[in-house]
Write a protein that binds this ligand. Structure first.
Ligand SMILES: NCc1[nH]cc(CCC(=O)O)c1CC(=O)O
Length: 297
């Protein structure tokens, strides 16, 4: 019998590797005797660290190398943070699996003892306009400066005092077990106050639509995370969102219901919406909410 091996492409950052291990652990629950190989792929996004993403191609810079490897059968799957994936995937490729979602919230991290409210101006590290607009509404003395690099690099910049605070995804620091460092304090931002990025907290598996492993991916897929991601990605598509627009989209599925949060900056103002509907009508609900927001322009 031919020996079977599944090759999984991932970026080389610690977070990417931890996420890939989570996917492999899930696959091993279904197919324990298979061999799993991690293939690290350096992306353009990893190589260019001194510029904002929007200046050199947006989210696609993290994904195109993987798509090439998938289409040339160099790997069987690519593991991504769903929120970093572009709207359009290459012909023949799809999100074939979605793990259970981690905490979707954003976290404001400061050095222990820092009180943002007491500062005349607090310098916050974030390159995300979505985070910037929402945090500026929560605190009125904030100045946001861009920050790049992986999660560990960003935390080190905070530790060195380059910023009074930084905002990161709870999911990333949870997975890296960096959510209880003794020298930091963590303020989890309420979903209503800081609506997350579409896909935040979700690990997505990209593969060929006709892959021989599609049923394996279906077996490890979390029903709610899949529904939520589908709605969030569809909403981003309706918004025609590039990666640098200040847009937040979060969907929360339960057995029968879906609640959708959206925020978009329009002419310097934040517009927010939150609605609940029947789980089978999530895409329609999202469509109507996007239309409603776009009409307010
Ligand atoms: N843009 C980087 C990125 N992509 C996914 C995560 C966190 C993990 C996740 O959302 O699942 C992060 C780091 C962050 O925003 O703090």
């Amino acid at each position: 019998m031919k020996e079977k091996k599944i090759r999984i492409g991932t970026r080389g950052s610690k977070l990417a590797l931890v996420q890939t291990e989570l996917v492999i652990d899930a696959m091993k629950q279904v197919l324990p005797d298979l061999e799993y190989e991690i293939v690290i792929i350096q992306t353009t996004g990893d190589k260019i660290l001194d510029k904002p993403l929007a200046e050199f191609g947006g989210k696609a810079v993290f994904v195109s190398e993987f798509e090439e490897a998938l289409l040339w059968d160099k790997i069987d799957f690519a593991v991504h943070s769903a929120k970093d994936m572009p709207m359009e995937l290459s012909e023949g490729l799809d999100i074939v699996g979605v793990l259970k979602r981690d905490d979707p919230k954003d976290v404001l991290i400061t050095q222990k003892g820092t009180n943002i409210h007491e500062k005349s101006t607090a310098l916050i590290g974030t390159s995300s306009l979505r985070r910037q607009f929402q945090i500026e509404q929560l605190y009125h003395n904030i100045e946001c400066h861009p920050i790049r690099g992986n999660v560990n690099t960003r935390l080190n910049k905070l530790r060195e005092g380059q910023y009074d605070g930084i905002i990161l995804a709870a999911a990333g620091i949870n997975r890296l077990k960096l959510n209880q460092e003794s020298d930091f304090q963590y303020k989890y931002l309420d979903i209503d106050e800081c609506i997350p990025a579409g896909g935040q907290g979700i690990i997505a598996i990209e593969g060929k639509k006709n892959s021989e492993w599609v049923s394996l991916c279906e077996k490890i897929t979390d029903r709610n995370a899949k529904i939520e991601l589908e709605i969030e990605r569809r909403a981003l598509k309706y918004f025609n969102a590039g990666c640098h627009e200040p847009i937040g989209v979060y969907a929360k599925a339960s057995e029968n219901q879906i609640t959708v949060w959206m925020m978009k900056e329009i002419n310097g103002e934040i517009v927010r919406k939150k609605e609940t509907g029947n789980i089978s009508k999530g895409l329609e609900l999202a469509r109507a909410m996007v239309n409603n927001i776009m009409e307010s322009i």
